[in-house]
Each structure stands twice: as structure tokens, then as C-alpha cells.
Design a protein around this ligand. Structure first.
Ligand code: HEM
Length: 446
């Protein structure tokens, strides 16, 4: 078999040494060609480093990425309209907090950890007789690495605590089974959700370990799902297309634009006048769904059928009547579904009529790959995460419309839950959920 050893970047080498001899020889032969010899020496220095690399050396990262930092303080929590990094993870917990005072302490401690983890820094060195302050899995310095940790509260934390019950957001409810669901109890619900997003998966795991170590008296993990999205090269004009999901389609093409603040105020953020408790203003509803994909079956489905099921072209992401990913389908011109089937995923999810504008949602999903199921199939799918100002009008209405879609033959929702994402902490000294904790401590109105 033809094999080019120089094509592999990490090959140590006799070859590199030979080339050095050759170049040095040429340098001497050239006598006065000092400049070219210096250039050669410089490139050799780089080559030599490569030559010295060991098989177990860490793959190198770049400083700009590891130092990327998302500000923590603000009206809203980070990790929602923030551009999605490559790695995500959702963990749901049962909360141990029997009094408003415990609840308050938990929120303060959680905020303190999130500030440290997302802004980065050096963990303190403790006496060697004690367990170290940090797991150490990222080394002596904890880089911010674009990490965001987003905190949500589930229906059960309100329902099971009389001092919180009267403060429950109006749409918050326990996730119920839709027609195609096969929900697994151990993968559903929770008192509290944490969404971790970062450039590297290790940063998310490190952050989870830190939180578990620092809040063991309050948080017991219930389920966890990691995911990632493929990084892709920008187009020549700098534009970046949507990432692909595990069915090979571009996912996110028609997502409402998260940099449009007015639109996000309408679709995502709970505001004054939405009829929500005062403490909840600036928050949003999070729906998480762990949706298995039957990838083996999908990979044996004809391309034309795959495209009809979604209503988009697989490679370009263009709608059936368009040329590029960003073209908008015109369903008014296609009332009988001859171009885009009436039950195509995108047509049901967003029929693009004036009446369905109120159902727009902000999707922020990751792909997951967990291993192999008992019957020998790949356990892959979509960690579907979606944000909206009204859960009934958003996820629940859209999922109800999607029930019975042809895509269901290839997907199976098995877990997840609904959570209310707390408003942001405004400035240093403030903490996530402060207003809720204060209202809980004040007791129900008499
Ligand atoms: C494994 C499950 C799913 C897969 C593989 C999937 C995939 C896709 C793809 C490929 C698109 C077209 C590109 C785009 O605009 O992003 C799309 C659009 C969309 N999906 Fe899904 N999706 C899934 C589940 C869901 C669920 C559970 C919902 C909500 C209940 C949903 C809501 C939407 C919406 C709102 C759009 C945009 C439609 C438009 O505005 O044209 N999807 N999805």
C-alpha cells in the first residue's frame, strides 16, 4: 500500500534528521547564503520539536480558545443567546434544601462556584493533609475556555416545598409523554438543571466535578447527558453554516437570530406583563429532550426520502424550493405540499403563518453518542435544548404539531425535562435566584 510517512504530522523521524543533514550541507555549500540558512535553521527548530513529540503528549490547544470568557453578570444568564461552543452537557439534580435558608445558601454557593469556573483562575493550594481544592484535571490553572453554566429549576422543587409552591412560574409543569415518547424514568425531570457549554468537553466535566465537590449537601445528580457539535470551516467570505446533526442534516438554519435583541425579548425572555412572578423576570423556560436517533435505519433510507422527511436538501440545507440554507420556504405557493410535504418536519414545526409566529422557539441542541444499546445498535441522538418565554406556546405547541410526523420512524425521545432558567445575577455581590430566595423567606402573602 502506498504510504507517505511525511504526511503524518507527528512522525518522529529519521527522515527529519536526514533532511537536517541535507539542508545543513546545502547551507555550507552555499557559503555566503546566510539568510537562507537562517530561515532553514528556524524551520528546523520547529521541525525538531515535532520530531521530539511523544505519543502520549497532550494534543495542543490554542491560547485564544482557552482564554475565551463569557461575562457572568447581566440581566439574563449566559448560555442561552450566547453562541454555542462545541461541547455541551445537561445535568439534572435532586435538591436537598428543606428550608428557605438552606435554599438561599445553596444558591449563593452555586453562584460562587459558577463565577470562579466561568471566569477562570487559580484554585488555592491547601495543606497536603487535606484533599486538594480542585480535582486538578485541567492542571494548576482553570481556564475559562468559553464555559457557561446555566441554572434552571424544575417543577418538583416548587411542588414539593410549601414555602416555594406559591412562587412557581405559571407555565412550569412536569414533562408528560408525547405520542412517540418512550420516557425512561431515570432520565427525566429533576429539581434543578445545569447546562454546561464550553470549548472542550473536559472543561464541562471539570466544572461538574467542582460543583459536586463543593455542594454535596445540596445537590444529588439524577441524570446527565453530554453532547457536542462538529466544528466546521467558515466559507471563503467568513460566513459559517449551521452544524450538522447525526442524521447528516444542517441543524439550526431557520433558528431565530440570537443576536437580534428585540426578537429575543419577544421569543425567549420573560418580561414585565407576561403574568409571571416578579422574581422570574429576565428568565426563560428550558425544555430538554434526549432524543435517540435510529441511525442504522436512517443510513439505509434513500436520500430523496430523507430530504422529503425534513423538507430540506441534505448537503446544502436549502429548503425544497430554495437554493441556499438561508432561503425561506414559500408554503403559500405550495398549498398541497407538492414541493414540501405538508408533514415535512420543518413545515409542521413552523408553518410560517401569522397565527404560528407566537410559537417560535430558540433551539440550542448538541449531538450525543453514548455507546451501544443492548440489541447492538449505536446509541446516538440529539440532546435537544430549547428556550422560550412561554412553554405552552413554545415547545409544547410545536411538539404537539410534530406528533405523528414521518421523522418519528427514526427517532425516539427517551428523557429530559422542563426547567425555569433563573434571571441573571446583576453584579458582583448579587447571586442567581436572589429574588426568589428572598420571596421564599418572606413567606406566602396572607
Ligand atoms: C432528533 C430530533 C430532531 C432532529 C434530527 C431535527 C432536525 C431538524 C432539521 C434538520 C431542521 C432543519 C434545519 C433548521 O432549521 O434547523 C429542523 C428544523 C426545526 N426543528 Fe427540528 N429536529 C428534531 C427535533 C425537533 C423537536 C423536538 C422540535 C420542537 C418540538 C423541533 C423544532 C424545529 C423547528 C422549530 C425547526 C425550524 C423550522 C423552520 O422554522 O423552518 N425539532 N429540525
Amino acid at each position: 500500500m502506498a504510504h507517505d510517512p511525511e504526511a503524518a504530522t507527528d512522525k518522529p523521524s529519521a527522515l527529519a534528521a536526514d533532511r537536517r543533514k541535507l539542508l545543513l550541507g546545502l547551507g555550507i555549500a552555499a557559503g555566503g547564503a546566510l539568510v537562507s540558512s537562517l530561515v532553514s535553521e528556524r524551520s528546523l527548530a520547529v521541525e525538531d520539536k515535532t520530531a521530539e513529540r511523544q505519543v502520549t503528549d497532550a494534543p495542543s490547544s490554542n491560547r485564544a480558545d482557552v482564554e475565551q470568557r463569557v461575562p457572568f453578570y447581566g440581566v439574563h444568564q449566559a448560555g442561552i443567546v450566547t453562541p454555542r461552543p462545541a461541547n455541551g452537557m445537561v445535568v439534572a439534580f435532586d435538591v436537598i434544601a428543606d428550608t428557605p435558608a438552606d435554599f438561599d445558601k445553596m444558591l449563593r454557593k452555586l453562584t460562587e462556584r459558577i463565577v470562579f469556573l466561568t471566569q477562570g483562575g487559580q484554585p488555592p493550594s491547601l495543606d497536603r493533609k487535606l484533599p486538594p481544592a480542585d480535582s486538578g484535571i485541567l492542571g494548576p490553572e482553570v481556564f475559562s475556555d468559553n464555559l457557561t453554566i446555566t441554572v434552571g429549576l424544575g417543577d418538583s422543587i416548587f411542588e414539593n416545598r410549601p414555602w416555594l409552591k406559591h412562587l412557581k412560574p405559571k407555565c412550569l409543569q412536569k414533562m408528560t409523554q408525547f405520542t412517540n415518547d418512550a420516557l425512561v424514568a431515570e432520565l427525566c425531570h429533576g429539581d434543578l438543571s445545569l447546562q454546561f457549554c464550553a470549548n472542550s468537553a473536559d472543561t464541562n466535566i471539570h466544572a461538574l466535578r467542582d460543583i459536586l465537590k463543593n455542594l454535596p449537601e445540596y445537590l444529588v445528580p439524577r441524570w446527565k447527558q453530554e453532547g457536542n457539535v462538529p466544528t466546521i470551516l467558515p466559507d471563503s467570505d467568513g460566513h459559517v453554516q449551521s452544524a450538522r446533526n447525526f442524521l447528516g442534516f444542517r441543524d439550526g438554519s431557520a433558528n431565530p437570530h440570537s443576536s437580534n435583541e428585540a426578537l429575543m425579548d419577544e421569543i425567549v425572555w420573560v418580561g414585565q406583563g407576561d403574568g409571571e412572578p416578579e422574581w422570574a423576570i429576565g428568565g426563560t423556560y428550558q425544555a430538554v429532550r434526549i432524543i435517540r436517533n435510529f441511525v442504522e435505519r436512517w443510513d439505509r433510507t434513500p436520500l430523496g426520502e430523507q430530504e422529503r422527511i425534513f423538507g430540506r436538501r441534505k448537503m446544502s440545507g436549502a429548503p425544497m424550493d430554495g437554493k441556499t440554507e438561508n432561503d425561506a420556504p414559500d408554503y403559500a405557493k405550495d398549498p398541497d405540499g407538492k414541493v414540501t410535504r405538508l408533514d415535512a418536519h420543518i413545515r409542521l414545526a413552523n408553518p410560517r403563518t401569522p397565527e404560528t409566529q407566537k410559537n417560535l422557539i430558540l433551539r440550542r441542541p448538541f449531538n450525543y453518542s453514548n455507546g451501544v444499546t443492548k440489541n447492538g445498535q449505536l446509541d446516538q441522538g440529539l440532546l435537544f435544548i430549547v428556550y422560550q418565554a412561554d412553554l405552552d406556546r413554545g415547545f409544547i405547541a410545536v411538539q404537539t404539531r410534530l406528533s405523528g410526523e414521518p421523522l418519528e420512524e427514526y427517532i425516539k425521545p427517551i428523557g429530559g425535562g422542563y426547567f425555569y432558567v433563573l434571571p441573571g445575577a446583576r453584579e458582583s455581590g448579587d447571586y442567581l435566584g436572589r429574588k426568589l430566595a428572598e420571596a421564599a423567606a418572606a413567606g406566602p402573602p396572607t
